[in-house]
Design a protein around this ligand. Structure first.
Ligand code: FAD
Length: 502
């Protein structure tokens, strides 16, 4: 058995996916195993990908990174959620926070009590009971596990960071752990005549690099998985039609907000991501509904500060590889598929895929059981995130442009239809066990997009009207007190993790 162990891993690509993979594999696999990463500075990386979700904190822990050091090195900021404006209705906004609104009581989620109170005439939004919303509105941030000495959970958070600095940071970790980096452009891939497995890659200068396991982190081009092995790509753009992005930085403005902004536009949406040294911006749009010139004009006229250069233009197709692991090649990152950046899920997918690969690490005979299980798990995760993204576009009252009319009337997957119908009735939800997004995320986005259930769960009637009123008032008091004690987001950064280079 020992002689069947993988000895040489070759990672093709040095973007976020390549360096996360290298850092994780070098940390968890035996040190005698050789890990080589090949990247080409001439080709470069996508270089966007600046917003994350809280699961990245698990990755940092797994890689042994100190959080303050990581934020300092990547000139990062903290993120409590995403503010969606003009999505369900022009003029309306909501925050998809990383936390819960209110707190559950007697096993019933908070939104059920809110729905009942609303039916009795309450005129407060769900977010009036959100710790995250209050911290976001007041521009505050701090590390808080619990609210006072109650059972209410504290602030869940993620980060915004400069993705090129993140890749460089991970590269230092990985190289220190023994990963060999080769600079050069791969021109050719050789397959084994018998098994069809990848035997080696050849650089344009003639160097040949052989391996047992190849990880394709070559980005949208999918050099190995698509180019050499011919694994097809499943196109989901009929559900998620945006296929272009223009990205540009601009001067940093005050105050430093602890959240991402995502503002819906006529044929897509615009992001705003605050970093310590600049603000990242981008306009994601669908070219069937808008020309690039118009998209550029919308992006540049909506910036808070002077642009730092010309917008970079990116093209993509939302979808996934039919197989993520094929023969001795595993695609991680953009080569495996792309779910547009609305909920900042791509870096999370890299992290969850590399964790799965480590769990299901193969031997040199590449028994198909490993690939089959990996493909099943990753495919399921992709589909669940896809449904959550479609929800944002489909559940809208907007009919002011052909793009929004298409989105609101398009046919959506049955899995999403069922979820919407169940929630619309009495605010109930069934969360698939492997769904990345928890009930609280679905509730916030459904209500935020304007889907208010027709009634509420019978259990909410167990409280008298007085008890209900007191419960809601207590939550507001607790939240106000807790947030008042937090420092301003920029003060927190200054005291813990300010980058020396601004
Ligand atoms: C518009 C947009 C916004 C995004 N926003 C977010 C976000 O907010 N949050 C988030 O989590 N994700 C986001 N993403 C996704 C995120 O950018 C990617 O998941 C992440 O950058 C990983 O990319 P990658 O490493 O797979 O590919 P890339 O960054 O493209 O890297 C590919 C690597 O392969 C190398 N390579 C390719 N061909 C060859 C060759 N022939 N020889 C040698 N080397 C080669 C390149 O040199 C490079 O090093 C966004 C993506 C887009 C398009």
């Amino acid at each position: 058995m020992g002689d069947m162990q993988i000895e040489r891993v070759v990672i093709v690509g040095g973007g976020t996916a390549g360096w996360i993979s290298a850092a994780a594999l070098s940390r968890f696999l035996p040190s005698h195993l050789s890990i080589t990463l090949i990247e080409s500075e001439a080709i470069g990386t996508v270089g966007v990908g600046e917003a994350t979700i809280p699961q990245i904190r698990r990755l940092n822990t797994m890689l042994g990174l100190d959080e303050d050091d990581f934020v300092r090195e990547t000139r990062g900021t903290f993120k409590l959620g995403i503010e969606f404006s003009d999505w369900g209705h022009i003029g309306e906004r909501y925050l998809h926070t990383f936390g819960n609104a209110g707190m559950s009581l007697a096993n019933l989620p908070f939104h059920q009590y809110w729905l009942r109170a609303r039916a009795e005439g309450l005129d407060a939004s769900l977010w009036d009971y959100s710790l995250h919303q209050r911290a976001a509105d007041t521009g505050r941030f701090g590390r808080m596990e619990r609210v006072g000495n109650t059972s209410m959970t504290g602030l869940a958070y993620a980060f915004h960071f400069d993705s090129s600095l993140y890749a460089a940071y991970l590269r230092r970790q990985a190289e220190a752990a023994g990963v060999t980096r080769i600079e050069g452009r791969i021109g050719d891939v050789t397959l084994d005549g018998e098994t069809g497995h990848i035997a080696s890659v050849t650089l344009q200068d003639g160097r040949k690099v052989g391996g047992d396991l190849f990880i394709d982190c070559s980005g949208f081009r999918g050099l190995l998985i698509g180019g050499a092995l011919g694994v097809a790509y499943e196109d989901w753009s009929h559900w998620l039609p945006c296929n272009r992005a223009l990205a540009v930085g601009c001067a940093r403005t005050e105050p430093l907000l602890p959240y991402t902004k995502a503002r819906a536009r006529t044929a897509g949406w615009q992001w705003r991501i605050p970093l310590q040294h600049r603000t990242g911006n981008g306009h994601v749009f669908c070219d069937a509904f808008m020309e690039e010139d118009e998209a550029r004009e919308i992006l540049l006229s909506g910036l808070d500060g002077e642009p730092t250069g010309e917008p970079a233009s990116l093209r993509f197709t939302t979808g996934r590889r039919r197989e993520f692991w094929y023969r001795n090649c595993v695609a991680i990152g953009l080569s495996s598929g792309f779910l547009e950046p609305l909920e900042s899920t791509s870096i999370h997918l890299i992290q969850s895929n590399i964790s799965r690969l480590i769990e299901l690490f193969p031997t040199r005979d590449f028994d198909p059981v490993h690939a089959e299980e990996y493909n099943r798990l990753v495919g399921r995760e992709y589909e669940l995130i896809r449904d959550f993204l479609i929800l944002h576009y489909h559940r809208t009252d907007r009919d002011d442009s052909a793009f929004w009319r298409y989105c609101r009337t398009m046919d959506v997957p049955e899995s999403l239809k069922d979820k919407l119908a169940l929630f619309a009735r009495a605010g109930q939800l069934y969360r698939a066990p492997d769904d990345l997004f928890r009930e609280t995320s679905w509730v916030q986005v459904m209500i935020g997009q304007g889907l208010i259930p027709r009634s509420y769960h019978a259990m909410a009637d167990r409280l008298s009207s007085d008890q209900l009123e007191r419960f809601l008032a207590d939550i507001r008091t607790l939240i106000t007190r807790a947030v008042d004690e937090l420092p301003a987001h920029e003060s927190f950064i200054r005291d813990h993790c300010l980058s020396e280079e601004q």
